[in-house]
Design a protein around this ligand. Structure first.
Ligand code: ADP
Ligand code: MN
Length: 515
């Protein structure tokens, strides 16, 4: 019978005689093992999540779901990309199935087992919204069997002719079969467990050996995947997203890496064409990819955790999403700065943990950082006044404190200073906002005083000039103490009134420095 005939017979529906006689029973056509309720609840959860995100961040939704990279728009002309997308889809389905099995096994039990180690897509790499990852590591060793029923020391159970020893073939065989449950879930053991199958020690040992080596192989693959993240700067998922941007035509080419930092990697790209009429893609773009490994971000939690704009979301999200919030935060902050007319990169698009913005520089050469450029004393003075003005604008108009301002995050381009790297910027009423501002002021004052700008205010004067506050302490320790007292006052206000001060009060605006 050729394959076409087989298909035809199979299509003919139930009934053919050969099927009922078949020793393995009729082929199971309802292979999908998840129930309708499962599908519905998953879909519902996704929809709810989306709704919530859209409500909280209408801007993001507008940008992220922009005309560039939507599902419908995906160019599927590339075999590689298709293959990668299919693989991803498969991995996702596989993991969903695994999750269902996990749920089924755990039920309401207080002690649960986790299949996390067997997932194709590691939770931190996964972008599916149904991924719920706890901060705590609750993993159990799935290989460790539940306490086995042991044969007592004497080596046998029972009495008289019912005596069974630990060598009893039937008992042993059953035990071996039961032990197969401890193999990794991806290791297909059939339904021997439910069939009173008795495995001989020899067969069991061979299977165990195989299961273990499969497990080690899978672990090696995972390791390799993670290793490549560090080596090639971006993980496969990021590469795919970037690929889609190029394939969709938004970017012409990605030329190379400009910077690899602890938290991000920045690439240069030539802008492509836009599908939206009102959107112009800059000729040259910078792509900031926020690293999706967790450790680098852990110590920066404080910037985002206490930022009330993100507060509600923070506790609910999995680590992957929190990393995305950094990109989101940078986008929001850049947009505010753009609106205030502060020279900074212009946001092009935000896609998950990838932020595309205009490139500060020319012909693939990024503008030098202030720390690397040699300026005439006139230009240095000009730069100083410009920064003073920008800090004031940032505080007053954008309601932001940069929080990582230094000669490393200021670029000199086109005869002026450009501010970059604002993912950690916070509002002044952030519980540590004023401390961050003071630190920024120290960096700026020190840099310009060292650079020989005689007019440069000291850090305390600069702080007052930017914030409009009048802290009178004449030494750093007292100044810092007063700042902390103000922050505490603000926090108390939050406690008592349920909301923050809209701004720290000041008697009158400081003079705006603008040369
Ligand atoms: P990090 O958190 O790694 O410091 P940054 O945003 O400061 O991230 O970017 C790192 C480096 O990449 C910068 O110092 C700058 O040289 C370069 N860079 C970042 N954004 C741009 C941009 N829009 N145009 C040109 N260069 C950029
Ligand atoms: Mn930086």
């Amino acid at each position: 019978m050729d394959p076409v005939e087989v298909a035809a017979v199979a299509d003919a529906g139930p009934g053919p005689a050969w099927q009922s006689k078949c020793p393995w029973g009729a082929p199971n056509t309802t292979a999908i093992s998840c129930s309708l309720a499962d599908v519905m609840s998953e879909q519902l959860a996704k929809e709810l999540q989306l709704e919530e995100e859209n409500a909280a961040f209408p801007e993001v939704a507008a940008v992220a779901e922009g005309p560039f990279i939507t599902g419908e728009n995906t160019d599927t002309s590339s075999d590689l990309m298709l293959a990668q997308m299919l693989q991803m889809e498969f991995d996702r389905e596989y993991d969903a199935q695994l999750r269902r099995e996990e749920k089924k096994i755990n039920g309401d039990s207080k002690v649960s087992i986790s299949f996390e180690n067997y997932r194709k897509v590691h939770p931190y790499d996964s972008d599916s919204s149904e991924d719920e990852v706890d901060w705590q590591d609750t993993r159990h060793d799935p290989y460790r069997a539940d306490k086995p029923t042991t044969t007592p020391r004497k080596g046998f159970i029972g009495k008289g002719k019912d005596i069974t020893t630990k060598h009893d073939e039937v008992v042993c065989g059953r035990k071996n079969t039961a032990r197969m449950e401890n193999f990794a879930p991806e290791f297909q053991v059939g339904d021997g467990i439910g069939m009173d199958l008795k495995l001989s020690n020899q067969v069991f040992n061979a299977l165990k050996q195989h299961a273990y080596s499969e497990e080690r192989r899978s672990a090696r693959l995972h390791e390799k995947k993670e290793h490549s993240t560090a080596e090639k700067a971006v993980d496969p998922k990021t590469r795919l997203l970037l690929y889609k941007m190029v394939n969709g035509g938004m970017l012409e080419t990605i030329t190379g890496c400009i910077s690899t930092g602890k938290e991000s990697v920045v690439f240069h790209a030539y802008g492509g064409r836009s599908t939206a009429e009102d959107k112009v893609i800059p000729a040259e773009c910078a792509i900031k990819v926020f690293k999706t490994t967790l450790n680098e971000f852990k110590n920066r939690d404080k910037y985002i955790k206490d930022d009330y704009r993100f507060k509600d979301r923070f506790s609910k999200l999995n680590p992957r999403k929190i990393i995305r919030m950094w990109a989101e935060k940078e986008m929001h902050n850049l947009t505010r700065m753009q609106n205030a007319g502060i020279p900074c990169p212009q946001v092009v698009i935000l896609k998950k943990h990838i932020l595309v913005m205009s490139f500060i520089g020319q012909d693939q050469v990024p503008a030098p950082k202030l720390k690397d450029v040699t300026l005439s004393s006139d230009d240095m003075k000009k730069a100083y006044y410009q920064i003073l003005h920008m800090m004031q604008q940032l505080y007053k108009e954008c309601n932001l404190v940069h929080a990582d301002l230094s000669e490393y995050n200021m670029l000199w381009h086109d005869g002026k200073v450009w501010l970059i790297d604002v993912s950690q910027s916070v509002e002044p009423t952030h519980p540590h906002g004023l401390e961050f501002l003071f630190r920024d002021c120290k960096n700026v004052s020190q840099f310009f005083q060292k650079a020989g700008v005689a007019e440069a205010l000291n850090e305390r004067e600069l702080f007052n000039a930017v914030s409009g506050l009048h802290i009178t302490a004449d030494n750093e320790v007292d100044f810092q103490a007063e700042i902390e007292a103000l922050e505490k006052m603000n926090e108390d206000h939050v406690q008592n009134h349920g909301k923050k001060l809209s701004m720290f009060s000041s008697d009158g605006d400081p003079p705006i420095y603008d040369e």
